[in-house]
Design a protein. Structure first.
Length: 104
């Protein structure tokens, strides 16, 4: 939620295209860093920073699609993007379960 609030305001100030790319790089970078740090406190902190980027991306993507996609495909493009997010989240959870399933 914090990322969406800040992302929306920054988008109005700096432009959708610029912020779309910036937030994409932000959350991708912090996601990679999260995987590289061994301590749990680092994972929490970096995961929080990555989540700020994801929140900002969520607020920017629909506006960016509305601005840059032709009107004839705009609705379908928004629907695909919004559904891919949830499919990606489910797949990531499944992959984590399968790859990190450690029996005690």
């Amino acid at each position: 939620m914090l990322g969406a609030l800040v992302g929306g305001r920054l988008t109005d100030r700096f432009g959708r295209r610029r912020l779309f790319v910036l937030t994409l790089l932000w959350y991708a970078g912090f996601t990679v860093l999260t995987g590289l740090f061994p301590s749990l406190s680092s994972v929490y902190a970096l995961g929080f920073l990555a989540a700020l980027g994801v929140g900002a991306e969520c607020s920017i993507i629909n506006a960016a699609i509305a601005e840059f996609m032709p009107a004839s495909v705009r609705g379908r493009a928004n629907a695909v993007v919004m559904n891919v997010w949830s499919v990606g989240a489910v797949r990531a959870a499944l992959m984590a379960y399968l790859l990190l399933n450690v029996t005690a």
